[in-house]
Design a protein around this ligand. Sequence first.
Ligand code: EPU
Length: 427
Amino acid sequence: MQTITITGGQPLHGTIRPAAAKNSVLPLLAATLLCGAPCCLRGVPELSDVDTSLALLQAVGAKAARHGSDLCTLPVHASALCGEIPAHLAGAMRSSVFYLAPLLCRAGMVRLPLPGGCRLGPRPVDIHLAGLAAMGARVELGGDAVTLRRFGPLQGVDFTLRLPSVGATMTLLMAACCAMGTTVLRGAACEPEVCDLAGFLSACGAQIAGAGTPVVVVQGRRALGGILYTPLPDRIAAATYGAAVAAAGGQITVRECPPRYYEAFLQFLQQCGVQVTRRENAVELVRDPSVPLRGSQQLYANAWPAFATDTAPLAAAVLLEAQGESQIYDHLFANRFACAAGFRAMGAECQAAGHRLTIRGGAHLQGACVTAPDLRGGAALLVAALAADGTTELRDPGHIRRGYADLPGDLALLGARCACCRPTAVR
Ligand code: EPU
């Protein structure tokens, strides 16, 4: 298990640039299976979920490789593709679900064992399956896997998502590109990563209108080519750096990530007392550590453009020492605040009850030994440790590296006293 040590009380200074967004790169990699020419994604960080995706692509017969920070894929003939996703790869990340549509379309069948990922509460895939079934797929649920088959091409449909699921919108976008005729998706998710996938598919030759709005219309069966594509910057990583400077104090610039991608989080930081200057493609953040942060906030995390669920634990970390009681309600996930136990070990007064986290505020955080419960919860514990007196030992069973190539290294570059001890090999 990797251990990160953080000694708090060191203000942050400097400039940092978020890498490409994990939640764009992972579906884009799956979507390359639909392309009839080589594709290359630029500036892809070395995340363990990216490694898992490369292994998954290879396991189903595709050719994908890293060349420096670029990830390149080669087109693969349908007869060379296998729809059986190995259980250990499906179980390693939630994003294995993105392979349902491309493998169903190209290989004619797909068998997906239970997808893994952060344990944020129940994460059903019923909307993905209902949409694909409406397009003509036969869905078989059995044991710990779902199997989809098609007998002929998928058919375009007019389908309403029962809630704006990011993953299901992406699944159905990919399927619609292969389906006969027109597909209308209603109640679609509007997150920037959905627009990024639509942008990628369109640049490859797909015909998609309305991405980023609740109604998306796709004309299917266009032959998709290849492309050199730069995915979106990671807005959650940008928010993480913002949370870090709010907790530790100092002055940083987050560059090459437009403020509109994390505007709700920037407004939250301003309400706490952080000075935020928005530029076209960058944000400057200043916090005087001698002035207490303002708490007494009510945050409500929900689908875009609301406060992002992935930033809810980061906001919590900022509010622990702020003045006044705050509440955060995460509409999407029932176990978003598993990091509350770690916050308490550091001396915070906070209580998670289902979707809600209550923070008493005004804590004087102390370094402690804590464990990352999931990706964003782990990042939030790291942020809280930057504000704590003394040294925190953060044990991470691999969660943080699923979404940040080197978060301790990034923060150390900004001046944090942060180091990472990677596990030593067992002989
Ligand atoms: N849902 C259903 N049925 C479905 C699909 C979703 O009930 O078929 C529910 C979920 O249980 C959840 C809500 O809908 O309560 C929203 O889930 P959504 O499908 O939008 O999320 P996701 O696609 O599973 C992606 C990101 C998450 C991010 C959410 C919300 C990826 C790989 N993951 O998950 O990111 O929190 O959207 O924005 O893109 C992370 O990066 O740490 C992370 C968890």
